[in-house]
Design a protein. Sequence first.
Length: 377
Amino acid sequence: MGLSRREFLLSGGAALCAFAAGAILPSCGFLEGLFSSQGDEFRITARHWERVEGTTVQCRLCPNECIIEDGKRGKCRVRENRGGTMASLVYSRIAAAHVDPIEKKPFNHFLPGSLAFSIASAGCCLSCRFCQNWQLSQSRPEDLDARRITPADLPERARGAGAPVIAYTYNEPVVQFEYVVDSAREARSRGLMTALVSSGYINPGPMRELAAHMDAVKIDLKAFTERFYREICGGALGAVKRTLETVKSAGPWLEIVVLIIPTLNDSPGEIREMARWIKDSLGRDVPLHFTRYHPMYLLTNIQPTPVATLERCRGIALAEGLRYVYVGNVPGHRWENTFCHSCGRAVIRRAGLFSTELLLRRGACPHCGTAIPGVWA
């Protein structure tokens, strides 16, 4: 029997959503005192919207640019028109919190071996049929029990958990824009680092604002065709490509993950075109993760990705000139490790979600002295 949303979260189920390598971390008790709220405790005036006619507003946060009548909500389910003013319903409204290894996000070139205090709310601006976090992303805020963690409280929560990084993850953090910006500013002022784990479905202006408060950004590049984005995700590839370019130019450390789904986004031609675009538009040193798909949510009729397919994708990307290409969700695979692009020897060894051996010396290969791109301290 499946879990209800409430049972899923109370059991620490948010951690299940990022099930990379099949590992499940125990619930850490950061959401004691969960409560269900139908009121306005978490409502604030949103940013990035405009009034278009009478009390009708248009959201400008993401490319959906929903036109919303009074009393209605946008596609994300968490931004609502209240009498001609756009409101966010998820400010400080934390529906899931967990401590994860940074490799689970996944980041392979950002503070390997460190912990990330990972939080989520409800809602998403996409509707991916294969969503691994659907209990969060496809819910309304009032469907989920939550705890209030203010921007001022969040850094202390992270410090108490021994985590030097706060990660906005699990659902789509873009829909919690106001809280992410305010809490990330607070976190960085107290010496913590911040990481955004996102689909990248956001307009350029808001993304630049977010990027200014992030030390690292991981973007899920769902595929490299407009058809896949339109039919499977309810979005547009062009918007995500713009986000990737925006993040790269803004300065946070950037990594890209592609969940390879057999028959839908795994053709050699598509992978080759993707790799070429990444190299030409973002640079050859941006880490690219090809991860294994497992049946989930509304897309359960496709079998898990063959490991050979992931290896083939990696080979294509390397041949196109990318230097750091990984195979993910395959515990113990050789290509989850990091190898120097110059001499080819290992500089970071991993076991599933954990870094087990960090051989770098001041960010360089210990064997040949080549600088390895990333954030290492």
